[in-house]
Design a protein around this ligand. Sequence first.
Ligand code: PDD
Length: 281
Amino acid sequence: MLVYLNGEYIPHAEARISVDDRGFLFADGVYEVVRVYEGRPFLMTEHLERMAHGLRELRIAFDDVASLGDIAARLLDENDIRGDATIYFQITRGAAPRKHAFPADGTPPTVYVAAKPFAQHPDAFFHDGVAAITVPDNRWARCDIKSVSLLPNVLANQMAKEAGAFEALFVRDGVLLEGSHSNLFGVVDGTLVTYPRCNYILPGITRDLVLRIAGELGIPTREAPIFVDRFARIDELFLSGTTTEVMPIVRVDGKAVGSGRPGEITRRLQEAYRAAAHPKG
Ligand code: PDD
């Protein structure tokens, strides 16, 4: 499998970065995951715009974000990937002797891109729904940046796995915010509810699409908190994400969500999402 690293297309096994890379030393970098359906990247522009936002906020000097789309296309081509896949992008502040403050101007960022075939989660997850657990949100207050600094997400996801659940939901001040690697939606009194776009969640590309699709389907939407202590009022709950798509949650911390089965609004959004993602013809 060929990958892209700092201007070169090389076999994955030969890709090397410095032990002084700030991604390695400080998790000083950003990443993106883009889904490929039948060989075609989905919502690439939106993902690259979010990456540009993260780079700007972290003041990492890399302004040729548009070139990443061409690199991804070449990797799909050279690796002969025509089916379902993901593309992973990572840019760090580059390699320099370990000092917290930024390295000298002109230190080149490290740019890595890889494409690999993707096996979707089992159909049963989408059809029957999955379980989630809640965990306290101990992340920093810039969750809008898709930083590679993912330790709280890693630990939360591992707790979910050990509990036999698919996802861990971060709770801050009694509010269900998002998952360790996905956004969260609820249905309350027929209205689709998701936490407002702000520094406490990642502005998911899938989240945006789900909100847009809901608008088109005439489903009322509201960007507002979902409170843990009003759990009994939640009729439906689902996750959204690049690899998670629209995934119903039927249990949280062992308690059934609504009827304990995926709900009607979730189903409609799931279908519409799949239709949007799969290229026609
Ligand atoms: N995760 N929230 C968090 C914390 C995420 O890490 C992700 C994505 C999302 C969903 O965003 P999007 O719809 O743009 O994929 C929300 C990726 C897929 C990952 O870390 O692998």
